[in-house]
Design a protein around this ligand. Sequence first.
Ligand code: GSH
Length: 211
Amino acid sequence: MPRAVLYDYFRSSASYRVRIALNLKGVDYEQRPINLAEGAQKNGNYRALNPQGFVPMLEIDGVRLTQSLSIIVYLDRKFREPPLMPADPADAAHVRSLALTVACDIHPLNNLRVLKYLKNNLGVSEEAKDEWYRHWVAEGLAALEEMARPRAGAFLFGDQPTIADVCLVPQLYNARRFSVPIADYPTLRRADETASAHAAFAAAHPDRQEH
Ligand SMILES: N[C@@H](CCC(=O)N[C@@H](CS)C(=O)NCC(=O)O)C(=O)O
């Protein structure tokens, strides 16, 4: 019997973050795919469970959790090993700020509903929409590279994966998917490469999910 049920979508980067965290913590889970391409997130049954109509959502220990970072913090507090945040408060603030740069400043400008709104409601061309995407991703990743570099190791902070890597890897997957150049971000690429060789990250990859 799986310990948890994850409502996700294979290409959703917020879902990808939670899959990585569940794998790192060794939590057994069952997936319930919500097909974003078909608009299943807007379906009344799903909205009744999650009024925002987003994935991911996690049911675990008799509670229903939304918002990927909130879910990951729950997992980190509930399952102590391996810790996804450093113990030192200043180190933890640094790592959290790397994660939030991705989750609050890059990803929300570029997710499906924003891109759809630009195109369908504001009449923005396909070309301008792609330019919007590339602009915000490039600006965010450039800042992240500078922020992470001084304290990075094999991962974004030192040599163990943290919540910052959990957010980075899906964002770089998306960047590649939409042909955003990432050559100028050696620190981010190194962390991504290290993570890709880690079984917990590899098993969470979109290509390894059923859909
Ligand atoms: N802040 C939320 C963002 C969740 C989110 O944007 N999910 C996207 C997929 S990555 C989604 O469900 N989009 C549905 C839509 O745009 O209609 C989190 O971190 O969980």
